[in-house]
Write a protein that binds this ligand. Structure first.
Ligand code: RRO
Length: 317
């Protein structure tokens, strides 16, 4: 089975990417897995200024999930331009790189995109409008408010010809209209989903297990939420979708493809097994051989929804 596909005008050698926040800028993982064997990576979210992040502990296990409050720790735009992008340009030339961008205001997003535009070493952007750990001053993440989302995306669209992904949040009543708003505002692709707000309380101290209090839940517990979101977004939009949430094995990635995702990101699983993404690429290839498919694109959106119940909002559940 051919794993390659052309998206956003370029070829992806396979549909598996590492998710934002789980691979830094690639350097840290280079020694333990062959990044060149993947479809691509999404960098840690970049902010205008460097951020040291939230109080420790920043990550705790939660049964079938993980809760994090990293707090956007990153070196900031200038060091990304000076150090990270040149490194990626030299070492990761064969894979597709999206730079994740985060800010408190629309202007911050735009200034980062403007700053990055003069650099090489990456394909496009993933606008992180959905971080649960860095809500903009007094407000909600942009992805919880379609008008706020629209403003950021429309402005960013005017600044770049590069592919623009928009990353959405799980905690909305219906992801369909949010995905529609992202497409209408100029997104070339939509990433579904970021982590889900969560809280773990330590029974001894009666304090939060995370230093910052609440955090974002990820891992297998979130997979069905992500697959459903991709299916729902597929019904409402035409741009390529990128599925993320709870992929640990081949079958999980296949579900996202069947639901309509063209690309699949692996995040939390990499912490337990740095080679998880490589394993999934090999697993998809052998699934294709076993089932006699010609191309991975034959799988995308092949979910048979005929028997689904119809939901209250008129879409299929
Ligand atoms: O850095 C974080 O705390 C973080 C980010 Br930017 C995000 O988008 N999602 C998440 O779960 N954590």
């Amino acid at each position: 089975m051919r794993l390659e596909q052309t998206l956003f005008g370029v070829e992806f050698q396979n549909p598996i990417l590492l998710a934002a926040g789980t691979c830094g800028f690639g350097e840290e993982l280079g020694g333990v897995l062959n990044l060149g064997a993947l479809g691509g990576i999404v960098t840690k979210s970049v902010t205008l200024e460097p951020r040291t992040g939230n109080a420790a502990p920043r990550v705790v296990e939660a049964g079938d999930a993980m809760l994090n409050s990293i707090g956007l720790a990153n070196p900031g735009l200038e060091r990304v331009l000076e150090e990270k992008l040149p490194w990626m340009k030299e070492h990761l030339a064969d894979i597709r790189i999206f730079v994740s961008v985060a800010g408190h205001t629309p202007e911050e997003f735009w200034r980062i995109v403007e700053g990055l535009e003069r650099a090489g070493g990456f394909l496009g952007y993933e606008l992180n409008l959905s971080c649960p750990n860095d809500t903009r001053r007094g407000g909600l993440p942009f992805a919880l408010d379609c008008e706020a989302l629209r403003e950021v995306v429309v402005g960013a669209r005017q600044l770049t010809q590069r592919p623009l992904l928009v990353k959405l949040a799980p905690n909305v009543p219906d992801i369909g209209p949010v995905a529609e708003a992202a497409e209408e505002a100029g997104a070339d692709g939509i990433t579904l989903l970021n982590t889900m707000p969560g809280l773990i309380i330590n029974l001894e101290s009666k304090c939060a297990a995370l230093g910052a209090g609440s955090g974002g839940l990820s891992g297998p517990a979130l997979r069905a939420v992500g697959v459903h979101a991709v299916h729902r977004a597929r019904a409402c939009t035409t741009v390529p979708l990128v599925g993320v949430g709870g992929v640990t094995g081949t079958g999980d990635a296949l579900q996202y493809l069947l639901a309509g995702a063209s690309l699949v990101q692996i995040g939390t699983a990499t912490f337990a097994d740095p080679r998880a993404a490589q394993r999934v690429v090999a697993g998809i290839a052998s699934y294709g051989e076993r089932t006699g498919l010609e191309s991975v694109t034959d799988l995308i959106g092949a979910y048979r929804a005929e028997g689904d119940a119809v939901s209250a909002h008129g879409g299929r559940l």
